[in-house]
Design a protein around this ligand. Structure first.
Ligand code: HEM
Length: 382
């Protein structure tokens, strides 16, 4: 199922390199083997997404993303059941299907709609269920979450600080009522498990906000990017529409391989580490993994790494996804969920007649998670 006419992974490569310092690019880890070995090493510390601004913070106030070692392992194990394939099928797929059907019917009726906004609303609906954020007005909670994301281009923090008005509003309207409801009536969600572990309201609030960029923004970008690839390449869109679920997932995974949303993953060596093909890295070194390079390393992709090929062996192994979701103890717990979300939404969207962008998608670079973000993507259909 190779698609020779598909555009090579070039939509975001320029943005990623222009916005990253030449020194970082030159010293980055570029092979899949070295990247995987680094992320699986017990001798590394997380140093992405504003970690330096968190270094004064007590471990008990840190998000899952920022924790390391035993505390990380424990918090992660508590939420792992919410990310299994079984949970995706039984709990989240019905939400995906209902929400995607409603949004896509709205696109057909309204025309000239903002795909980026609608895809965010859709990913909020699913992540809210994972977290335990009850809501009756999806557009309103989506807006409040969107307002908590830090758009300051000079900052390394993905979300705004607690003192910010938007963050306070989200806490009062959405997070606190969910915590209060679960204090007396625990459910199957992240907030309930954090209460079990004795987490404070503040920590729960911080963790919930970290999912806004970890699970909601990322899924939005995946949906918009896949739509862009399919609109550019009708042959690929046909292939997607006629494929079964596994092959549809493989196509989404291939687009993500070529256009990884998290472009660079960062770690600090806590001890000397010997990386295959890279050599000895002394303790204290800051390391950057170039995800685009690792994802197009022919040693793992096979020939023609810049072509979309849904039959690439690794991309068809559930949960492989090359380096797009990282590796080792911090590997994205929502990997299967994010892929499934994109697949379900695209399966509905791509059946609209003559789907096309009325404004070419506009992107910017989101420094805190070294990712591209869509600022605008307006589309219509007949
Ligand atoms: C297509 C969508 C997604 C992409 C590309 C993505 C990417 C990533 C990557 C690369 C990491 C690892 C970062 C590192 O090692 O430094 C990560 C971690 C994480 N992701 Fe995702 N993610 C996606 C969807 C999701 C979803 C849907 C959720 C939850 C609803 C989620 C929740 C998380 C969390 C909580 C972490 C931190 C895990 C830890 O540190 O142990 N992600 N994600």
């Amino acid at each position: 199922m190779q698609n020779r006419n598909s555009p090579p992974g070039r939509k975001t490569a320029g943005l990623a390199t222009q916005t990253t310092s030449p020194a970082k690019l030159a010293g980055a880890i570029k092979t899949f083997a070295a990247a995987s070995s680094l992320l699986r090493s017990p001798d590394v510390l997380q140093s992405g997404a504003g970690v330096s601004e968190n270094q004064q913070v007590d471990d008990d106030r840190m998000t899952l993303f920022h924790l390391d070692g035993e505390k990380h392992r424990k918090r992660r194990a508590a939420v792992a059941p919410f990310f299994t394939l079984r949970a995706i099928k039984s709990r989240y797929e019905p939400i995906m299907e209902t929400t995607a059907n409603r949004i896509v019917a709205g696109i057909a009726a309204e025309k000239n709609v903002r795909l980026d906004k609608l895809a965010f609303q859709y990913s909020v609906a699913v992540a809210a269920e994972v977290l335990g954020l009850d809501h009756s007005d999806l557009p309103a909670i989506t807006r409040r979450i969107e307002d908590t994301i830090n758009t300051d281009p000079t900052s390394n923090r993905p979300v705004k600080p607690e003192s910010d008005e938007a963050v306070r509003k989200f806490f009062e309207h959405d997070v606190l009522p969910a915590i209060d409801a679960r204090r007396s009536d625990r459910r199957e969600d992240v907030i309930s498990r954090m209460l079990d572990a004795g987490a404070s309201d503040d920590l729960i609030h911080t963790e919930v906000r970290s999912y806004a960029f970890a699970g909601m923004v990322t899924t939005r970008e995946l949906i918009v990017m896949c739509t862009w690839y399919m609109i550019d390449n009708p042959e690929l869109a046909d292939q997607f529409r006629s494929a079964g679920q596994q092959d549809q997932l493989a196509i989404v995974d291939e687009v993500l391989r070529l256009e990884p949303i998290v472009g660079y993953i960062r770690r600090t060596a806590a001890a000397d580490i010997d990386l295959p093909g890279h050599g000895l890295v002394p303790a204290g070194t800051s390391l950057t993994i170039d995800v685009r390079k690792a994802n197009t390393d022919e040693a793992v992709t096979g020939p023609c790494p810049h072509l979309i090929d849904a039959h690439r062996v690794a991309s068809r192994t559930p949960g492989s996804s090359y380096m797009s979701f990282g590796d080792g103890p911090h590997r994205c717990p929502g990997a299967q969920l994010g892929l499934a979300e994109a697949r379900v939404f695209l399966d509905r969207l791509l059946r609209l007649p003559n789907l096309r962008f009325t404004k070419e998608p506009k992107m910017a670079w989101f420094k805190p998670i070294a990712s591209y973000v869509f600022l605008e993507a307006e589309l219509t259909c007949d």
